[in-house]
Design a protein around this ligand. Structure first.
Ligand SMILES: [Zn+2]
Length: 477
């Protein structure tokens, strides 16, 4: 009895003396953040609407899709809306649009819109390239809501971009009408471009149900999937910019559990060793980003190794850059890049048409932080600078709209390099990690723009003037 009592006493003492690592971590974070938050409060750019999408998708054995979508929209702007404006990207890949836009496809998409209803009444609409406009009989006042139903059918193009069929796989990106953001008293909708991401949406809620033929598996933004999937199912997801669905035939699958997150790699060639390596680097980078930035928002991360390097909430694709396949090593880096987007795009929102550097530059920066954290190499600031001098029109700022650039180098590589340079005399990698963490904590589930980034940077670094920023950012305030 005495022995048992002594053991219990020792255990109690041990438990009380041992610091709880989680609490200590939290306290340190609080202290660090307090410094920032005392005199700085982050601002978010409002999206002007709150939207909830109900999507039902049915695919038949010929690859024809029938989609019913209802969007419930609340006007959270200060303006009355006489019309609604959506991106409807499937229309970009039809024969007509492809010919008008000079886009060559191996096979065009087909699209037929059967019905558009506003508050259950048939409504007129116009569809030009990817702009779907619905004039409203009853304008929507600030604070009011409106429900729109769409019923349509499509087949996927071969050789499309994101919305495409590759081999026997169907990639459904931006396959539903996506409401634009409403700001500065108008719908913020730019024309479609085949370079960069020309569509921008706010965080929305989704309820998706599906029905697919036998022998296919359904892989998507949903965090609650197993392989092979059922033929029918539903998923709910909140606070995401969009949903992506891949309908795959006979993939080779590698699964790995990393903490709470199930990583699944879907490959289509006899490259099981590569798929294992990709799963490993995905796991390492996911853990790194969770430590440095904050938790990954889902319990599943899907990596589909077929198609363009591209990020979607909870799922990424990798394998090629605009139709050109890349080397195996480059695919691994691409996967790390797309995973980093889960934080910069997935959780911190920005307008990728007008200010692509805020997701592509930060994602490239985070990707490079991961690579340098894995090695003892010094950060090669000079080499980075030399590299950006080779860019055509290298002196252009990084925060211009997509149509102001001839290639993507400014808002990827140059933006990342200029972020690195802020830490050249300020503690390098470690300080860069702290900076990203603070930025992420302040802006998660918000939308940022360059102006807000500048306000944050001035405060974070206690800048006396803008000389470290004005050489690479166009500053308007
Ligand atoms: Zn990217």
């Amino acid at each position: 009895m005495l022995i048992i009592l002594t053991i219990i006493l020792l255990l109690v003492i041990f438990i009380f003396l041992k610091p709880n690592p989680r609490n200590t971590e939290k306290e340190t974070a609080l202290v660090e953040n307090k410094i920032q938050k005392e005199d700085f409060s982050p601002q978010t750019l409002p999206s002007g609407n709150e939207s909830r999408y109900n999507i039902h998708l049915k695919m038949d054995t010929d690859g024809e899709f029938q989609i019913e979508t209802t969007v419930e929209i609340k006007n959270t702007s200060v303006d009355t809306w006489p019309e609604l404006v959506f991106y409807f990207i499937p229309n970009i890949f039809t024969k007509d649009s492809s010919e008008q836009l000079g886009n060559t496809l191996d096979a065009p998409a087909t699209l037929q819109v059967d019905d558009v209803l506003v508050e259950d009444k048939t409504s007129g609409f116009t569809l030009t390239h990817d702009t779907l406009t619905i004039p409203l009989d009853t304008p929507v006042q600030p604070g009011e809501s409106v429900a729109v139903d769409f019923s349509y059918q499509f087949t996927l193009p071969v050789g499309g971009l994101r919305f495409t069929k590759t081999k026997d796989n169907y990639h459904l990106a931006q396959f539903y009408p996506m409401l634009a953001t409403f700001r500065d008293h108008k719908w913020n909708k730019e024309g479609y471009g085949f370079r960069g991401e020309t569509y921008h949406t706010g965080f929305s809620d989704f309820n998706v149900s599906y029905d697919i033929p036998e022998r296919y598996t359904f892989v998507s933004t949903s965090e609650d999937e197993s392989y092979p999937s059922k033929r029918t199912g539903t998923f709910l997801v909140n606070d995401v910019k969009e949903v992506f669905i891949a309908i795959l035939k006979d993939p080779r699958v590698v699964e790995e559990q990393v903490g709470d997150v199930n990583i699944r790699v879907f490959g289509f060639e006899e490259k099981d060793d590569l798929y294992k390596e990709i799963s490993e680097i995905a796991s390492d980078s996911l853990q790194y980003f969770q430590e440095v930035l904050g938790p990954y928002p889902f319990t599943e991360l899907d990596i589909v190794l077929d198609g363009l390097g591209m990020e979607y909430p909870g799922i990424v694709t990798a394998g090629s850059i605009y139709g050109k396949p890349v080397r195996d090593d480059a695919v691994k880096n691409m996967v790390v890049h797309e995973i980093a987007h889960q934080w910069f795009y997935g959780v911190i929102n920005n307008d990728p048409y007008n200010e692509a550097w805020l997701d592509e530059g930060f994602t490239t920066f985070a990707e490079e932080l991961f690579h340098f954290s894995q090695s003892d190499d010094e950060i090669p600031y000079e080499k980075m600078l030399e590299r950006i001098e080779l860019i055509k029109d290298s002196s252009l700022p990084v925060n211009l709209p997509l149509d102001q650039y001839e290639n993507n180098s400014h808002f990827y590589g140059k933006a990342s390099t200029m972020l690195w340079l802020l830490f050249k005399d300020r503690g390098g990698l470690e300080e860069a990690e702290k900076f990203l963490k603070t930025y992420y904590d302040l802006y998660k589930y918000k939308e940022v723009n360059t102006e807000e980034f500048i306000r944050f940077a001035r405060s974070y670094f206690s800048l006396e003037d803008d000389s470290e920023l004005s050489t690479w950012l166009e500053i308007n305030n």
